[in-house]
Design a protein. Structure first.
Length: 153
């Protein structure tokens, strides 16, 4: 049996999002508005993780993520790590963090919630639990699960 190995080229500058929940990298791309014509993106899906199980990885050249994007990614991939790359070196590495309060990231699933009317009110949720993720709407107290979040992406 001949084994072959395909190597993914290192990026000079940008962001590597590692330990994304398996099969969730396409949701991460949607959050980030990718792909786009001027940004190179590399995706690895369902790769073996040293910690066991499977994971996805996304490499984004010449782009560093802002805090709003990280907040959204934490909803989809709560165990993700963010690596900032400059001149081929990792200059910062951190896990995504859950905010205790999330504003304007997702919509309430309650059609009668005031945030789903014509009123100019942004959604607001409180983190109840991280694994599995549960959020509570500030206005109508509807509980939002990971499945509800996935459906919005």
């Amino acid at each position: 049996m001949i084994e072959s190995e395909m190597k993914v080229e290192a990026i000079k500058n940008g962001t590597v999002i590692d330990h994304i929940t398996a099969n969730k990298s396409l949701y991460v791309l949607k959050i980030l508005g990718l792909p786009s014509e001027d940004i190179n993106v590399t995706i690895a899906m369902n790769v073996s993780s040293k910690a066991g199980g499977k994971k996805d990885i996304v490499k984004i050249e010449n782009r560093e993520l802002d805090s709003s994007e990280l907040d959204q990614i934490s909803l989809i991939a709560p165990d993700a790590t963010i690596n900032i790359i400059r001149d081929y070196n990792v200059v910062a590495k951190d896990k995504v963090r859950f905010m205790k309060e999330l504003k304007s990231i997702i919509e309430c699933t309650n059609p009668k919630c005031i945030t789903n009317t014509d009123e100019p009110i942004e959604s607001k949720f409180y983190l109840i639990k991280t694994s599995p993720i549960l959020l509570r709407c500030h206005y109508c107290e509807r509980i939002i699960s990971a499945e509800d979040i996935d459906a919005q992406f």
